[in-house]
Design a protein around this ligand. Structure first.
Ligand SMILES: [Zn+2]
Ligand SMILES: [Zn+2]
Length: 248
């Protein structure tokens, strides 16, 4: 059985632009954090569609739509926005409750931009956080809607992933193999490392994949990109009618 999901060594796994020959480049297999996010969201979407949670679970829909809105707004900078544990603890200790309504505090909000300076962080309850995020939604343009439609038709709907990075069951394992391999290749390029190795590696990965039994139905990513309220009126037909304004 020949399976063909696209992957090209030394090119972005999402958009296939050449990757910079820099071993410190992150994320290693993508040209930008945005491309990494697109692939992540495609996998989340594929998995949620196939395990039924997209149909059955309002929370999953909410998370997906918020993620898509972030993508359309230029991407959610998850790396920059990951708050170090010590800072989290500090903000929880300092604010204690939701600074807006006094309910038990649940989530740390970036007041503006991506900075993790405690001055830029505040404790909110989930409802206040969602309400705040929703104020950053702006109507999606026709072009943005077309982009999301294309993602769905070309990368979410087909049962066989069309790109290796879309493989919701397998990408995380594949990435753990391909990332160090790519870094080694950059590092040893001058000393005659054989670039065909990664092509062979992909073939091995393909072979492996189809020996792997079962379907892992746990969602790969946590529900970290929440943002708008369950009853904020985004029905099935208008899920993607919003984009996140830059600077959320
Ligand atoms: Zn890319
Ligand atoms: Zn609140």
């Amino acid at each position: 059985m020949t399976q063909s999901f696209r992957f090209e060594p030394d090119r972005c796994a999402n958009c296939f632009q050449p990757l910079p020959d820099d071993e410190k480049h992150k994320p290693a297999l993508f040209c930008t954090e945005l491309c990494n996010s697109i692939a992540k969201d495609v996998r989340y979407w594929r998995k949620a569609l196939r395990n039924g949670s997209l149909q059955d679970d309002a929370e999953t829909r909410l998370v997906l739509h918020t993620r898509i809105a972030h993508l359309l707004g230029g991407g959610y900078n998850a790396v920059a926005r990951t708050i170090p544990a010590g800072v989290r603890a500090f903000v929880f200790g300092r604010d204690e409750v939701c600074v807006q309504c006094g309910a038990p505090g649940q989530e740390i909000d970036h007041i503006e931009g991506d900075s993790n300076d405690p001055e830029n962080l505040q404790l909110l309850c989930t409802d206040c956080h969602r309400a705040k995020t929703a104020t950053h939604f702006v109507p999606a343009t026709e072009e943005q809607n077309a982009f999301v439609d294309r993602l769905e038709q070309e990368r979410v709907m087909p049962d066989e992933p069309s790109q290796l990075c879309d493989d919701e069951m397998f990408w995380q394992q594949v990435e753990r193999i391909l990332r160090p391999e790519r870094i080694n290749r950059i590092r040893y390029a001058a000393t005659g490392f054989n670039p065909d190795t990664s092509v062979q590696l992909v073939d091995q990965i393909r072979a492996l994949k189809y020996r792997r039994p079962g379907f892992d139905d746990s969602l790969e990513d946590d529900h970290s990109a929440r943002g708008l309220d369950d009853d904020s009126g985004y029905g099935p037909d208008s899920y993607f009618a919003k984009a996140m304004a830059r600077d959320d």
